[in-house]
Ligand binder design. Sequence first.
Ligand SMILES: N[C@@H](CCC(=O)N[C@@H](CS)C(=O)NCC(=O)O)C(=O)O
Ligand code: FES
Length: 170
Amino acid sequence: MARLLSSNAVLKAISTLPAARSSRNVIGPFYQNGLKYSTVPSDPDTHDDFRPTNKVQDSASVSFKDIVEQDVKENPVMIYMKGVPDFPQCGFSSLAVRVLKHYNIPLSARNILEDPEMKSAVKAFSHWPTFPQIFIKGEFVGGSDIILNMHQNGELKEKLKDISGSPKPE
Ligand SMILES: N[C@@H](CCC(=O)N[C@@H](CS)C(=O)NCC(=O)O)C(=O)O
Ligand code: FES
């Protein structure tokens, strides 16, 4: 079964990272699409509707690179793709998922169409210009043509053999 890392997972990942916990002179920092937002301290004379809301991305914010690093470390098979495993939005991503679904392994995915900054961060991390991008046991493997080739020549089976099968759905 494919495990989709949604923006909720990003928010969870961010909230557990030390940088996200640092205190700042802001009220209630919160996170959306991996960006840190905060409201400025309130002026008691200012009506709520007119209170400014600042979008803050300061040096204390967790980077998208941190999230990618954590993804590939924690997920034995990680795919960054266009769309989601059950509904790929590109033929290349669809092919990669079809190949990986031949194996009884947990598949974790992130839809890079949801977030342009995540998309750039993944490209920068792997030094690879296209999607899908597949990581196995923390190592960048390649895109759909490479994974298909590895499937056909038996290399993929070898690489995945010590990854335990998908957990049964609850
Ligand atoms: N050889 C690659 C081709 C993949 C490819 O060309 N992807 C394009 C179109 S989906 C891409 O990601 N372009 C860059 C982008 O959209 O940022 C593969 O098999 O994965
Ligand atoms: S989105 Fe057009 S080829 Fe992938």
